[in-house]
Write a protein that binds this ligand. Sequence first.
Ligand code: MN
Length: 154
Amino acid sequence: MPDATKDVPNLRRQEDGFAWQGVERLAYKQDGDAPFRDVSRQILFSRADLAGELRYFEIGPGGHTTLERHGHVHGVMIVRGRGRCLVGSEVSEIGPLDLITIPGWTWHQFRAAPGEPLGFLCLVDATRDRPVLPTAEELAILRATPEIAAFLDG
Ligand code: MN
């Protein structure tokens, strides 16, 4: 976990669009085998004396995050664009300022609409477990619901 406590000024101004002073635009995942398309990650708040982290993710038009689950919870606020999300067995249309809770061990994925990026803030525990991907069997169970299969096929 990066300890940015000493280095980060108390005020970091927004730079054009969804960018901020001193905040790097990072690859979404470090590990190469998690399937996703066109997603960037920016760590807005992360410090040793804070139990949570706040990140900004942006999915390019038509892109998507990894279908995954894990023990830790996500608190998500959409801040830009439109799209859809899968949380558990529920597919929902989402847009600016919608709040999405992803409980522990719940399958989830975000998909941007074709014409615009989808940007969202995501609050997590600073110390957290790693995501796991669905097995072939778990994927088959998800796909047995037509609405979920249609969602996963974009
Ligand atoms: Mn997740």
